[in-house]
Design a protein around this ligand. Sequence first.
Ligand code: ATP
Ligand code: MG
Length: 387
Amino acid sequence: MKEVLLLKCGEIVLKGLNRKRFEDRLIANLKRRVKLVADCRIELQQSIIYVWIPEDADGDAVLEAVRRVFGIATICRAAVCGKTLEEMQSTAETYLADRIVNATRFKVETKRGDKKFPLTSIQVSQMLGGNLADKYTQLVPDMHTPELTIHFEIRTDHAFVHAGPEPGAGGMPVGANGRAAFLLSGGIDSPVAGYMMAKRGLELVGVHFFSYPYTSERAKEKVVELAKLLTRYTGRMTLLIVPFTKIQEEIRDKCHEELFTLVMRRFMMRIAEKLAEGYDCGGLVTGESLGQVASQTMPAMAVTGAVCELPVFRPCIGMDKEEIVQIARKIGTFDTSILPYEDCCTVFTPKHPNTRPKMAKILEAEEHLDIDALVDEAVAGVERMIL
Ligand code: ATP
Ligand code: MG
């Protein structure tokens, strides 16, 4: 049976003159993602996006891919048929066979997009609902609490039959709100942060700080795997691996232990901002959550945020760990995040980190370091991957 996905756009419909730009971006994203599983024609007509599933394609795989594309509010998986009552009814009987025999309370809802169709939507619902109730005697019409709603949509060229919409991924199309550098560690929080900002329409350029041999190749592979898992939502992602060993050793050798983490985090932010410039990114994304660790107190974040001019987005800032974990599980990054490989933040960690740092002390500590040279060297040594 020929199938189609009918998609409704989410918030992008609110965007006035920008709407066209948002829709174009959404369609481009959809095409790129769906192409990986099937060769579908995708088109927009009167605010509905049609994803035509070829008969030999794997409809489940197409649906699965579309479910992860941001910017879509609802998805209806529908059968396509001719615009006669007979065809619409027989299509419903075949396409929704399981649901029809398993339901008792049901109703029929009809949308008549084609105003030339000779019957009104109410007439169609009454006739087809009546026929079905006659034929399947357990079915009882129930307008208020139906277990099954059979939808008929009559459009210009075809009619569609489905059992109602499911929610799409929501948010805005990736890229519609620009691009940001995304600090991705191997932990639980940063993949969730990336997911959340991609959902708000940011394209992400991943940045990972790597301290070989203090952190192992396996730790790096874990981060690459996390980034790959995220591409199911973000689409293609550039991942930049920054050599961080020399900077960490310099800090270890030259700074007081209790300042170590903050000085290091300021380097991360400086380098990320420098990379952001080269990749035309308008902001930074981190997985910080207020008070979660010593470097995430408000004074600590003031100190680390002070080195960059770009806005820093921290979508996990107001979330409890448990809430972050829930999202990590939902998006499928949790199991990889908890693999026990070290992160550069956990090498040389001070026993007594400073939770109320004084900017003056940090600046004084940094005087012993050749910041510009270290940043430039790290940037020059970046390894780039396209995932
Ligand atoms: P996560 O679970 O994301 O690792 P965390 O709670 O372990 O977070 P920190 O280690 O303090 O927190 O790191 C805070 C944020 O700094 C991370 O969410 C991430 O955005 C960034 N970050 C930390 N380590 C790295 C790294 N090695 N490479 C890139 N970004 C990092
Ligand atoms: Mg971490």
